[in-house]
Design a binder for this molecule. Structure first.
Ligand SMILES: C[C@@]1(CC(=O)O)c2cc3[nH]c(cc4nc(cc5[nH]c(cc(n2)[C@H]1CCC(=O)O)[C@@](C)(CC(=O)O)[C@@H]5CCC(=O)O)C(CC(=O)O)=C4CCC(=O)O)c(CCC(=O)O)c3CC(=O)O
Ligand SMILES: NC(=O)C1=CN([C@@H]2O[C@H](COP(=O)(O)OP(=O)(O)OC[C@H]3O[C@@H](n4cnc5c(N)ncnc54)[C@H](O)[C@@H]3O)[C@@H](O)[C@H]2O)C=CC1
Length: 150
């Protein structure tokens, strides 16, 4: 089984690339944009909710050279084959990838996050039980809101 180490990575001075701009990209970007807007999206079709927010939008199919200059990459297309190709192209360049349809291929995974000002709670199940990670995050959030944690 893969093992994932929790880290807080500096990203304000780095570029993040999304390949694929559909529902899953939108959902992940809604979390990431609370930390940075330095996001580029490459996809033939980009969700309307991702437009006009200051992201760099590149309307086309993925090519290997799209990876140049990026620190983190999210392979978020609806094609298993394209996502696998992104992973192997990025690995050859030493770039870390989150493959949204395959935790085994992912160099990093996204935790369930609750952020309030400078404080962040991030819950992960090591990629094994997303629903439990979300449930724990929600319970911790409720405890905070009810004043049971300070
Ligand atoms: C491994 C990981 C990889 C990664 O994406 O990094 C991954 C993978 C997969 N998720 C799947 C399903 C769903 N994921 C969500 C939601 C979230 N998923 C997130 C993280 C992760 N998901 C990483 C592990 C995290 C950990 O370690 O625990 C969250 C926490 C963070 C985020 O995505 O930003 C975010 C909550 C955001 C929030 O609430 O804030 C929902 C909706 C929901 O539950 O709300 C569903 C539908 C559930 C249903 O169907 O009921 C499937 C099956 C796909 C399929 O079968 O089609 C796979 C694929 C697989 O398991 O291989
Ligand atoms: N990690 C997670 O939490 C979850 C992941 N998934 C997986 O996420 C994947 C994506 O799902 P959705 O976003 O709902 O799909 P979607 O259909 O909404 O969006 C797909 C996106 O990929 C783009 N795309 C397709 N081919 C491309 C190419 N060659 N180059 C660049 N972009 C390309 C499309 O233009 C579109 O923007 C699916 O494989 C699904 O299994 C699904 C549920 C949860």
């Amino acid at each position: 089984m893969k093992v994932f180490l929790p880290l807080n990575i500096r990203i304000d001075d780095k570029k993040i690339l999304f390949i694929g701009g559909g529902n899953i990209a939108l959902h992940k970007i809604q979390t990431i944009e609370r930390y940075t807007r330095n996001i580029t999206i490459v996809a033939p079709e980009i969700h309307d909710a991702l437009r006009g927010k200051g992201f760099e939008l590149v309307c086309k199919e993925y090519e290997e050279t799209d990876l140049d200059g990026f620190f983190l990459v999210y392979a978020a297309t609806n094609s298993i084959e394209v996502n696998r190709r992104i992973k192997s192209d990025a690995a050859a360049r030493g770039i870390m990838v989150n493959v949204v349809d395959n935790r085994e291929l992912s160099d990093f995974i996204s935790p369930a996050i609750f952020k309030e000002n400078e404080m962040t709670i991030a819950v992960s199940s090591n990629g094994q039980d997303v629903k439990k990670a979300v449930a724990w995050r929600n319970q911790i959030r409720e405890m905070l809101k009810e004043g049971r944690m300070r």
